[in-house]
Structure formats: structure tokens, C-alpha cells
Write a protein that binds this ligand. Structure first.
Ligand SMILES: Cc1cc2nc3c(=O)[nH]c(=O)nc-3n(C[C@H](O)[C@H](O)[C@H](O)COP(=O)(O)OP(=O)(O)OC[C@H]3O[C@@H](n4cnc5c(N)ncnc54)[C@H](O)[C@@H]3O)c2cc1C
Ligand code: FES
Length: 269
């Protein structure tokens, strides 16, 4: 069905910001996307190259922002774009985080922190406690440190790097478990590489804490038609990308373990 969200709109890049050696934030005007909720994603069409899914990092004054890591043809082409260049946009699509206002723990890895920044902006004035654990391979891959520090409850922003170049030298899972041993949270929101999400899900189950996680699978149509984004019985583009604990339990055997590749073949993470 052709809905307003599905219709491609052409807009122009209104700002580009370098966040790290591999990540840039792009902002552009789009009335529909400016009404999006944290956790939703858009399909960005890079003329002559490809259309790719990206999580919404912020909406403000009729504009929408996405943080993009250059990993392949489409993302590198987007990185080459300047203010005034044309892009196509569809969306916003998918499920979103519930925005629980109690004691909230955010856990993000890599560009997975982008939708969590949008969520943190919505929650910071309402949450009783807002804590964040952010994981990355190295210091330069930690994103939005200053913004998260300003939004979180005092001294509640924990960074972990695998090489120890900033914060704790460990995976994000370690400080999460240390926190949960000491205090209770009403909700965990997670987004990042699926093996990380799996570990955070297992920890949430162990400590009996509700969790919602945003998953990133390979997407082609973004419309629920092609099946390339399947996890268990779910299509990430239609039923997700945000899944609750009940749904994550249903796909536990596949979560962070195996996925479909570009040829539809099942591969291990
Ligand atoms: C719901 C959703 C939200 C996303 N949000 C963001 C975001 O906010 N910022 C961001 O930088 N990226 C995000 N991605 C990932 C982004 O869509 C891919 O990096 C992009 O499609 C790669 O296109 P490419 O042509 O540059 O690279 P390709 O040449 O297509 O791929 C390069 C490498 O990236 C891998 N890759 C491609 N697509 C994905 C994917 N969906 N998930 C994991 N690995 C992938 C490929 O396996 C390959 O190893 C999101 C993906 C989904 C499904
Ligand atoms: S991307 Fe085609 S079904 Fe989800």
C-alpha cells in the first residue's frame, strides 16, 4: 500500500557535521520524519547509488538528523555529500521505544547510540534516573560523549573501549552487569551490534528487568516484502526495529547468532 511515509520525497542536505573519523551527521528538512519517535528509521536514497536504512538520531524544527558510518558504497557516497546536495527520503518506519519515564538504563554500541541519543533527549527531563553504558572498539568511535554526559543523571555515563583508550577497558556488558548488581532499573533500552544486544538481553533476563532493543538486519525493500531482514517470524523493517522482551525471547536462538546475508544464505555473526 502506498502511504505518505512510503512516498519518496526529495530534499536537500542542510548541514553536515563530522562526529569521528568514520561517522558524519547529516540533517535535512522533512515534515513527516520530523514527527518520528525514537527508535524509528528512514530509508535514504542516494541518487544513482542505493537506498539504505538509517536510524533517526534527532528531530528538531521540521528537520531530521542521521549519524552515518562509512562502511560501503552507499554510506561512502553519502559521506561525500555537501550542504545543498539532493537526497531522497522515505519514512519514518517501524516500531519505537516506549519512553518509560522511571529508572532507565541505555546501552549502546557503535552507531547504535544514535537512536539512544534521540531517546535520551525525550527522557532526560522525565526519567527518575537516566544512565548510559556506551561501548566501542576505541576512543575515536565513542559518539556524542558530551551530549550524553549533559543528558544523563550526574556521573551516570559509562564508556567502555575494547583497547582501553578511553573509559573502562572491557566490553559494554561488564559495566552493565556491575550496575545491575547494585541497583534496579525499570527498563533497559539497547541498540548496537547484534551479538552485544544478545548479551544485554541475557543479562536483562537474569536480573528480571524489562528490555527493548533495536535490531539492525540487512534490508532491501524496507516495506515488509522481500524477507531479507527476517529474524524468527519477524521482519525487522515492519515488526521492528524495536522489539520487546517477549519478542526477543521468541527469537533468542537466532539473536546475535545467525542472520541472512545479501544472497539470502544463513550466516553466523
Ligand atoms: C533499522 C536500521 C537502522 C540503521 N541505522 C544506522 C545508523 O543510524 N547509522 C549507520 O551508520 N548505519 C545504520 N544502519 C546500517 C546501514 O543501513 C548500513 O551500514 C548500510 O546499509 C550499508 O550500506 P553500504 O552500501 O554503505 O554498504 P554495503 O556495501 O551494503 O555493506 C558494507 C558492509 O556493511 C554491512 N551491512 C550492510 N547493511 C547492514 C546492516 N543493515 N546492518 C549491519 N551491517 C550491514 C555489510 O554486510 C558489509 O559488510 C542501520 C541499519 C538498519 C537495518
Ligand atoms: S527489508 Fe524487505 S522485508 Fe524487510
Amino acid at each position: 500500500m502506498l502511504t505518505a511515509a512510503n512516498t519518496l520525497r526529495v530534499t536537500r542536505v542542510s548541514s553536515v557535521r563530522v562526529e569521528s573519523p568514520t561517522v558524519k551527521t547529516f540533517t535535512f528538512k522533512d515534515k513527516l520524519c520530523a514527527k518520528a519517535r525514537p527508535g524509528q528509521f528512514i530509508m535514504i536514497w542516494i541518487p544513482g547509488v542505493d537506498e539504505i536504512p538509517l536510524s533517526i538520531m534527532n528531530v528538531e524544527k521540521g528537520e531530521v538528523s542521521v549519524a552515518v558510518k562509512a562502511v560501503g558504497e552507499a554510506t561512502c557516497a553519502l559521506h561525500g555529500m555537501k550542504v545543498g546536495d539532493k537526497v531522497g527520503v522515505r519514512g519514518p518506519f517501524g516500531s519505537y521505544f516506549t519512553e518509560t519515564p522511571g529508572r532507565v538504563l541505555l546501552v549502546g554500541g557503535g552507531t547504535g547510540v544514535a537512536p539512544l541519543l534521540f531517546l535520551a533527549k525525550r527522557l532526560s527531563a522525565r526519567a527518575k534516573r537516566l544512565a548510559l553504558v556506551m561501548g566501542a572498539k576505541t576512543k575515536s568511535e565513542l559518539l556524542f560523549l558530551d551530549q550524553f554526559t549533559a543528558l544523563c543523571t550526574a556521573k551516570s555515563m559509562i564508556a567502555a573501549t575494547e583497547d582501553g583508550s578511553y573509559g573502562l577497558k572491557c566490553l559494554a556488558t561488564e559495566p552493565v552487569e556491575t550496575l545491575l548488581k547494585k541497583e534496579n532499573f525499570d527498563m533497559i533500552y539497547a541498540c548496537g551490534p547484534e551479538p552485544m544486544v544478545r548479551q544485554i538481553f541475557l543479562i536483562a533476563e537474569k536480573y528480571v528487568i524489562p528490555i527493548e532493543a533495536s535490531l539492525e538486519r540487512l534490508m532491501r525493500c524496507g516495506l515488509g516484502l522481500c524477507g531479507s531482514c527476517m529474524i524468527g517470524k519477524y521482519r525487522v523493517c515492519k515488526d521492528g526495529p524495536v522489539f520487546n522482551a517477549t519478542q526477543l525471547r521468541e527469537v533468542k536462538d537466532e539473536l546475535g547468532v545467525s542472520k541472512l546475508d545479501f544472497d539470502g544464505k544463513r550466516i553466523r555473526f
